[in-house]
Design a protein around this ligand. Structure first.
Ligand code: 9MR
Length: 387
């Protein structure tokens, strides 16, 4: 029989609502108002130097939030996580319906919810080849580099400035490297990314400036590069490692490297994740797991995941969490949404799913349980990590 989390979650969420707001922005700050007395909540068991996050689509889940009458989803989100990442609300297509129009409605709702629940916010994302509005795609066909820079600078300064002091980590540049299987192999996306394309003569110069603009708009936010297939030491992360060094030498306020952590049981687990994090940490950067999920391919004749698959999924989540816990520079570990009904996976990978840590009735999967245990084991009480 499944354990219901409902009563515990309601207790934890309610407790959070009566505590004063503290305006916490530093990644290392403790989630205020939560003790490790509640053994059922990830955020309460985490070391105080590690934020535990989830993606959330504010437009669908948080607009209209009433602290006195939260939905069950909102209760779980508040009870379990100390950090939120806007799954879609801070992307260009959400924030920039037209060149001269900024629409912060759903992103503001997300930040307001986070503050009411003593959560930090990871900003996502300022420079990406996907989810750009049609006007960007159209205009970019004729952009000079100067024109692209003007549009990007205005966006970064306006958006980061709007959320100044409210966002502790920003994914400034997302998925800027191609994959090994793409035409041309692992190199900067100077074709698919409209800004890098317009400035393909000096794409690194554009990246350095993008980080500078963001830093000037909010000096306290830690600024990240972020990508998928970036967990272990591989050709793509070698390219990021070289880029990070180049950007740092050029004086860019680069502060972190994020491995998204979108895994599938179709593939093995790359055990070099900790080693990869360690090399970025040695550059003086923070690291983070930014979008963890572990999708499960349906086996022939099965209508859902097998117990073995569910157990392996738990191991993979824990493998990523351990890599993060073992590297002190790992400042946040974020799962890419919950429950399975909200996951992006089935839309994109037919035949795969069950990728999140909670069942659709919010009962915990083994992946949740093992993460809770590992967080508890990593710290004696409300302390930083051991080691
Ligand atoms: O989860 C997001 C989904 O709702 C969107 O439809 C999709 C559009 O590209 O983006 C998803 O989030 C992506 C994230 O922003 C960047 N890394 C990959 C994530 C999964 O596609």
């Amino acid at each position: 029989m499944r354990r219901s989390m409902r009563s515990l979650l309601v207790a934890a969420a309610t407790a959070s609502l009566v505590l004063p707001l503290c305006g916490v922005t530093a990644a290392s700050a403790a989630p205020p108002g939560f003790s490790n007395a509640d053994k059922s909540a990830l955020r309460n068991q985490a070391p105080i130097d590690l934020a535990i996050g989830s993606a959330v689509w504010g437009k669908q889940q948080l607009v209209g939030y009433d602290p006195a009458d939260p939905t069950e989803y909102q209760q779980v989100l508040g009870a379990q996580f100390s950090s939120l990442t806007p799954e879609n609300d801070m992307k260009w297509d959400a924030l920039r319906p037209a060149p001269d129009v900024y629409d912060f409605a759903s992103a503001d709702a997300l930040v307001a919810y986070a503050q009411a629940n003593h959560q930090q916010v990871r900003g996502h994302t300022l420079l990406w080849h996907s989810q750009n509005p049609a006007w960007v795609t159209e205009a970019s066909t004729t952009w000079t580099c100067d024109e692209a820079r003007t549009v990007l600078e205005d966006h970064i300064r306006t958006v980061v400035g709007h959320f100044k002091g409210q966002i502790y980590e920003w994914d400034v540049a997302n998925e800027i490297f191609q994959d090994t299987w793409d035409n041309g192999g692992v190199r900067l996306r100077t074709e698919a990314n409209p800004f890098l394309k317009a400035c393909s003569d000096d794409p690194v110069g554009l990246l350095v400036d993008a980080f500078r603009w963001a830093h000037e708009a909010d000096p306290d936010a830690v600024l990240f590069l972020n990508d998928y297939n970036a967990e272990g030491v591989n050709e793509k992360t070698d390219a990021y490692y070289a880029l990070a060094q180049e950007m740092l030498v050029a004086g860019a306020p680069l502060g972190g490297f994020g491995a998204q952590g979108h895994l599938s049981l179709q593939y093995g687990f790359d055990t070099s994740m900790q080693e990869n994090f360690e090399r970025f940490a040695a550059l003086g950067l923070q690291v983070a797991v930014t979008e963890a999920d572990v999708r499960i391919p349906l086996l022939a004749g099965e209508t859902g995941p097998t117990p073995e698959q569910v157990a392996t999924q738990a191991e993979r989540y824990d493998g990523m969490l351990q890599a993060c816990l073992n590297v002190k520079a790992c400042s946040s570990f974020t799962v890419w949404g919950f429950p399975d009904a909200n996951s992006w996976v089935p839309d994109v990978f037919p035949g795969e799913g069950w990728a999140t840590i909670l069942e659709d009735d919010y009962s915990p999967k083994p992946a949740f349980d093992v993460m809770l245990r590992s967080l508890r084991d990593a710290t004696p009480g409300t302390s930083p990590r051991k080691g």
